[in-house]
Design a protein around this ligand. Structure first.
Ligand code: ZN
Length: 82
């Protein structure tokens, strides 16, 4: 999947996901992509670099015991200061 920043004839910018650049061209040519603000189907790519969705999530920093609570600084496995 690939996301493009699009812009309609009225200057509204929005994002739309496509399977490929070919699908983007086919859908915009067929006026199947419509501006969510005004419904205009004359959309073009806004000037920005497309982002690729690789499906990988951002790497999480390692926690001492792997519990979600550790991520906020309150690790129960650390024993605390008693
Ligand atoms: Zn619009």
């Amino acid at each position: 999947m690939i996301v493009f920043d699009l812009q309609c004839n009225n200057g509204h910018k929005f994002e739309e996901w496509f399977a490929s650049n070919t699908e983007y061209e086919a859908k915009t040519d067929a006026h199947e992509v419509r501006c969510p603000d005004c419904g205009d189907t004359h959309v073009v790519k806004a000037l920005s670099a497309p982002r690729i969705n690789s499906g990988a999530s951002a790497p999480m920093p390692a926690a001492p015991c792997g519990l979600p609570a550790c991520m906020s600084g309150g690790c129960a496995m650390m024993g605390g200061d008693s």
